[in-house]
Ligand binder design. Structure first.
Ligand code: MRU
Length: 357
């Protein structure tokens, strides 16, 4: 099992996704500030993995707080939540995880005056978020497997695998792993995903490790492979899904969805319930992160563009709901009209793969 992020007695251990696949390096993060920096710098990335890491970072920071009273601890906790929430803006799982930690703090505060008990409960909550993410991805894999036929070739964009989650299955790659585990033969075409190359570096690495046949293409080849009948289905992950089903995911996803529609190929989004943001009416309200222009102009430190050239580097785009065949969640498969189906899944806790204390 790929261990993306792990709580240990020494600190939080993470695989450094910036240097994969040429180096398999693990970092031990010993303070919450280091965890926040790791999220910002994309040591860890992918919506659910960001949420899990933030929760662990907050739990670590709280457990190291020298505050003597609950009020002191709360001051530290509130500050950590704020800074953690400023690391990356698009993936809603970050804010969802911070909110879970805040709710747990408040619940414990109403039950006890013990700083140590509150600290322990925050560690417990972070561990729960971690475990639940793994369970959610397994459930996505089971629901998604039904949508994949034996012998299918699946095109995916970015990395929505073990590396983008708490580990193990992943979301979009969870659907592929679910199909394989259901006995289906499945092959993958992975878009390289400029500029950070999550597809080329991370998806290819994960799938090759798992012996799932994978072919990497550059992003501008997606149309041609579809036109030539080489893709049966598209499955991607998500960073934030608005109430109407509009989905923010890695830049380039929208382009793939348009191509899939043109070629009558089903286009599925796979994401846990923690990626839904039903407070937003449509994708137009989703904040899109702009990243450093150097990610575009440089490749592994080497300048590729003329000095001083103007660059745009939005990290995500929004795929409108009408291009999405279905959204595969850990509570089932939602179809249009999403405004109804997503709300139903969100409120229907009887089918939840998650647990609360
Ligand atoms: O910038 P990143 O690498 O954090 O973006 C990741 C993606 O866009 C993933 O597709 C998304 O988070 C889904 S991960 C299960």
């Amino acid at each position: 099992m790929i261990k993306t992020v792990e709580w240990t007695n020494e600190g939080i251990r993470m695989i450094d996704q910036r240097v994969l696949p040429t180096e398999e390096k693990y970092l031990m993060l010993r303070s919450w500030e280091e965890v926040a920096e790791a999220i910002k710098k994309m040591v860890v990335r992918g919506a659910p993995a960001i949420g899990v890491s933030a929760a662990m970072g907050i739990a670590l920071g709280a457990s190291q707080s020298v505050g003597m009273s609950v009020a002191d601890l709360e001051d530290d906790f509130t500050y950590m939540c704020r800074v953690m929430g400023e690391t990356r803006p698009t993936a809603v799982n970050l804010f969802w995880a911070i909110e879970r930690m805040r709710e747990r703090f408040n619940r414990e505060k109403s039950k006890t005056n013990s700083v140590e008990e509150i600290k322990a409960s925050l560690v417990d909550e972070a561990q729960k978020i971690f475990q639940e993410d793994i369970a959610a991805n397994r459930a996505i894999g089971r629901f998604g497997a039904d949508l994949i036929a034996d012998g299918d070739t699946v095109l995916t964009h970015c990395n929505a695998g073990a590396l983008a989650t708490a580990g193990d299955y992943g979301t979009a790659l969870g659907v592929i792993r679910g199909a394989r585990d259901a006995g289906k033969r499945v092959a993958v075409i992975a878009d390289e995903t400029r500029p950070f190359l999550q597809g080329l570096r991370l998806t290819a690495w994960e799938l090759a490790k798992d012996d799932i046949p994978v072919t990497v293409i550059t992003d501008n080849m997606a149309g041609s492979v579809m036109q030539n009948g080489k893709v049966n289905v598209v499955v991607v992950g998500a960073d934030r899904i608005a109430g109407n089903g509009d989905t923010a995911n890695k830049i380039g996803t929208y382009m793939v969805a348009v191509l899939a529609r043109k070629h009558e190929i089903p286009f599925y989004v796979a994401a846990p319930i923690s990626t839904l943001d039903l407070t937003l009416k449509s994708g137009r309200e989703i904040p899109i992160e702009q990243r450093d222009s150097k990610e575009v102009t440089h490749i592994r430190g080497q300048q590729m563009a003329p000095d001083g050239i103007k660059v745009s580097n939005p990290a995500f785009d929004v795929t409108p709901n009408d291009l999405i065949t279905a959204i595969i969640t850990d509570r089932g498969v939602a179809r249009a009209p999403y405004i109804e189906s997503l709300r139903k899944l969100m409120t229907d806790s009887s089918t939840a793969a998650t647990s609360r204390d």
